[in-house]
Design a protein around this ligand. Structure first.
Ligand SMILES: [Zn+2]
Length: 330
């Protein structure tokens, strides 16, 4: 996964400076990529409580759908049937990584706001897998992956880092407009287990605000902690911020490593019913390995009789579904 690097120091001087720091860091990371860094670390930005409370910088509202391919159906903007969370007992999800969760039945009422349960997979009884794509460090990689999803009519879930989303508002506005599910991967991609409770909440709150700013739509109520790192404080903070689940994965594609596409494909195809698959949109523009692997992985799962679903579909949480009809023939 990505080791966060120490970045801008906390200060309370206002949002514009924070955003400027983010842009400087993003630029610095881009330079790092061009200089040949194989696995660029993601920025750790300002996680001070003051910064976390601040609103996200106003961004333009470009509707850049343009000549993009249209999915069969798009969920109406701003009117998604978000279900209010009800107090209830914790569900029997796993508590340790990388051990998969046991078979589970997701209740139509969601758990207590005081603790968001950890989910590593969906029900094992249904032949469905959920593709998730994290980070969005590279807009070129995001677009290449999006193209694969559109060509193949794939339901999938994106977890952009908030600072990346707010720096690419046209791109993320388009993805949301196409009906894809977009959820929270924090504002600046720190290891949440190294932060105090208020800083964790700030990362969650600000990540969500940044995505909403970019997309103009509600964010799906799932938190993916950077690096999959979680502890009880993370689950508690996520619950307090209204996340329905903290979602990791049971199968990683290993696409942040140096292996060939074939290895990424092999890793990703080790899933089974209920699997949550992890990919990343961080590839350099000249080596779009994740998109290449995804095309093969998608076709192979469908040939095996699996349905590709959003996390919401997998976990029974209402939300947008870009391709609600039957899957195309493989
Ligand atoms: Zn990440």
């Amino acid at each position: 996964m990505h080791a966060p690097v120490s970045g801008a120091a906390a200060d309370g001087e206002g949002e514009s400076r924070v955003i400027l720091q983010a842009r400087v860091l993003l630029f610095a990371m881009t330079v790092g990529v061009l200089a040949g860094a194989a696995e660029p670390p993601l920025a750790r930005l300002d996680v001070s409580p003051a910064a976390a409370e601040a609103p996200v910088e106003a961004a333009p509202d470009p509707d850049s759908a343009g000549a993009a391919p249209k999915p069969r159906s798009v969920a109406p903007a701003g009117s998604l049937p978000w279900v209010e969370l009800d107090p209830g007992d914790d569900l029997p999800y796993g508590r340790a990584m990388p051990r998969p969760t046991p078979d589970l039945t997701v209740s139509p009422t969601y758990p207590s706001r005081t603790r968001a349960p950890l989910v590593t997979n969906g029900p094992r009884s249904r032949p469905a897998v959920a593709i998730t794509v994290d980070d969005g460090h590279s807009p070129v990689a995001v677009e290449a992956i999006l193209e694969v999803f559109l060509e193949r009519a794939v339901n999938a879930t994106w977890f952009p880092v908030g600072a990346f989303a707010v720096n690419q508002p046209a791109l993320w506005h388009r993805i949301a407009g196409l009906g894809f599910e977009i959820a929270n991967h924090t504002w600046s991609h720190p290891d949440l287990t190294q932060l105090g409770a208020s800083a964790i909440e700030g990362e969650i709150r600000r990540g969500r605000a940044a995505i909403e700013q970019a997309t103009g739509r509600p964010v799906a109520p799932f938190l993916r902690p950077p690096g999959g790192a979680w502890n009880e404080a993370v689950l508690a903070a996520a619950g307090r911020r209204g996340e329905a689940f903290v979602v990791t994965w049971d199968v990683t594609s290993g696409d942040t490593g140096r292996g060939p596409v074939g290895q990424v494909v092999e890793n990703a195809l080790s899933g089974r019913a209920g699997t949550i698959l992890l990919f990343h949109a961080n590839d350099r523009g000249d080596k779009l390995r994740t998109a290449e692997a995804l095309a093969i992985v998608i076709d192979a799962y469908r040939a095996r009789g699996f349905e590709l679903v959003t996390l919401g579909q997998l976990l029974g949480v209402p939300g947008p579904v870009p391709f609600p009809g039957p899957a195309p023939d493989p």
